[in-house]
Design a protein around this ligand. Sequence first.
Ligand SMILES: [Zn+2]
Length: 274
Amino acid sequence: MMRISLVALAISAALASGCETTTQQGTVGVDRKQTMLVSEQEVEASAQKQYSQMMAEAQKKGALDKDAAQVQRVKAITSRLIPQTAVFRPDAQKWAWEVHVLSVSEVNAWCMPGGKMAMYTGLIEKLQATDDELAAVMGHEISHALREHSREAISRQMATQTAIGIAGALFGGGQLGQSLGNMVADVTLNLPNSRTNEQEADRIGVELAARAGYNPQAAIGLWQKMAKLSGAGQPPKWLSTHPSHEDRINDLQVYAQKVMPLYTAAKAGPNAGK
Ligand SMILES: [Zn+2]
């Protein structure tokens, strides 16, 4: 018991102080301190494993990268976004980035820790998404991964579990590895992000898109399209993990405007028209 209460004490001290931030500020200036109780390497290794399993499963069902043109389109967009992540964290250039298109009617897309992405055909087709809008979606997803919101959420879950006295299960060795994979998938694919996380992903997302030469204003239209689908009785799965908040559109308008010069510069640059 002594050990558990010491661990709990250390965790509450860490939570109270906040000890690191995962990204540099860029133009949009996100700088919130984050508390992490599990290593980046452990989370990424678990994500990688989960991702491989999910893609193998999709392949078995005949739902992996079915439409070559669609796959090429999504890859073209993510391959323009990925180099821009260096502004926020140079180490992300070394991530094993990967993207696949899954034939699933759900309106959804995600990016796991370490850059493992998926785009669902439901999102592309039901939203009739333009390239700028797909860049807005993936820019937002990539930003969650850059900020390591999943690792943060796992850390919070670990702290809560410790506080209610089941620390033994988490800190008892082998079980941590076992449950971590499920936790990574759960926090990335199923649990709603906080309003703070959403705002960070929105702001960094528009900067990534702008720097890649995609119109950052498209993020606004994207959320409006999502809301419209919701109103028509087809609530996008994406909205359950990325809950909307009332001033999202206002905030996006401010930040999309702020990064417009980056977009203009990118359009005038060597990649213009590509
Ligand atoms: Zn989000």
